[in-house]
Design a protein around this ligand. Structure first.
Ligand SMILES: [Cu+2]
Length: 374
């Protein structure tokens, strides 16, 4: 806590003490104690009923920001004919992964999830007889109450055609209370579709990345999410479908990772499904820290942090980092792939296209294009 805040608190405390010593203050205090007693008894009597949990975490006085998020059915996967679902800030822009959420520590975010997935689709994905039909929003890393858990047992999911507001709090670090803060690379996903763990929701596309920044963190120019999953997939796709960049007019997106030399590019890496993976990026490396960066000239600190270009990723894990595109290596079609060889051989591979300063897609040397290239 800064000295300024401490001074302000002391003034408040003195003012409160003076008020409580006055007769009006004493009368108000008696009234408040009575009110709390009545409310407390009522709360205990109702505590067995569902739906009476606090709707936001302590520290979140009111949402600072509000978003609408839509869960929709997307066209089936052309390669496997599997059902595909996606989250979007509008129904028309839903995708897998869903929109990247960004928060800053101290911020409280309210997200209203609108379930536009037809009930028949949810029924087709159900793996447990009688399991409720709905979608939800469950988040890692930030704070939320049972009301925003996104699970069936807490009744915090959304039937088809309905909406529900979830509240996330990016609790800040507080050395006085010992709170470690929530800054980091996280993800959000459905926890209801198919069965009580949302296994079918995640496998169908209901997931996305979340970055919580700490005050003063450097901001990237671009952020890409790569979810490593089962069946040797990146964002549920296998090469060549992992990279659909139009070389004449590349449009950044989940299947077109593109940046100009010198841009700060951020990756959010998520492990979904059941298998272990190793994330590897060609031509770039990063510090194995919260941000992928390490600053300062403290030699002992800097030397204690490994610089890596490959990191293991288990189910549910997430990490992220920023790199300078093409730093010292220039433009190129830099591979990004799982380094379990049988995974990469099966198509768990994509490309980050680093363009030159003019935004020109680099040409391949030699006669034959690389194997990943359509
Ligand atoms: Cu893998």
């Amino acid at each position: 806590m800064t000295p300024l805040t401490g001074t302000a608190s002391a003034v408040e405390a003195n003012r409160a003490t003076r008020f409580l010593r006055s007769s009006a203050g004493r009368a108000l205090m008696v009234a408040m104690v009575l009110l709390l007693t009545v409310a407390g008894a009522g709360g205990l009597a109702l505590a067995n009923n569902a739906g009476l949990f606090a709707d936001r975490p302590e520290g979140c006085v009111a949402p600072d920001r509000h978003l609408d998020l839509y869960a929709v059915e997307l066209p089936r996967d052309p390669a496997t004919n599997q059902i595909r679902l996606g989250y979007g800030l509008t129904p028309q822009t839903a995708s897998y992964p869903g929109p990247t959420m960004e928060m800053i520590e101290g911020e409280c975010l309210a997200i209203t999830l609108h379930n536009q997935v037809p009930e028949a689709t949810l029924a087709a994905l159900r793996t447990e007889p009688g399991h409720p039909l709905g979608v939800s929003l469950h988040v890692h890393g930030v704070k939320y109450t049972q009301e925003s858990d996104g699970t069936v047992h807490s009744n915090s999911y959304v039937p088809s055609g309905r909406s529900r507001t979830y509240t996330w709090f990016a609790q800040p670090r507080n050395t006085r209370t010992g709170a470690q803060g929530t800054a980091g690379y996280w993800w959000y996903h459905d926890h209801v579709v198919g069965g009580p763990h949302g296994t079918q929701g995640i496998a169908s596309g209901l997931f996305g990345g979340l970055v919580v920044r700490r005050q003063g963190d450097p901001r990237p120019d671009r952020t890409y999410v790569t979810a490593f999953g089962d069946r040797q997939t990146i964002n549920l796709r296998r090469s060549p479908d992992t990279d659909t960049c139009d070389h004449a007019n590349p449009q950044p997106g989940p299947t077109c990772m593109v940046a100009r030399v010198g841009e700060k590019v951020e990756f959010i890496v998520i492990g979904i499904g059941n298998e272990m993976h190793t994330f590897h990026l060609h031509g770039h490396s990063w510090a194995d820290t919260r941000t992928g960066l390490v600053s300062g000239s403290n030699r002992a600190l800097v030397d204690s942090i490994p610089i890596i270009d490959n990191r293991t990723l288990g189910p549910g894990d997430s990490f992220g980092f920023q790199v300078t595109a093409g730093d010292s290596v220039g433009p190129g079609h830099w591979m990004l792939h799982c380094h379990m060889q049988f995974h990469s051989d099966a198509g768990m591979s994509t490309v980050v296209h680093v363009l030159d300063e003019n935004g020109t897609m680099p040409q391949y040397g030699g006669d034959a294009p690389p194997a990943h290239h359509r």
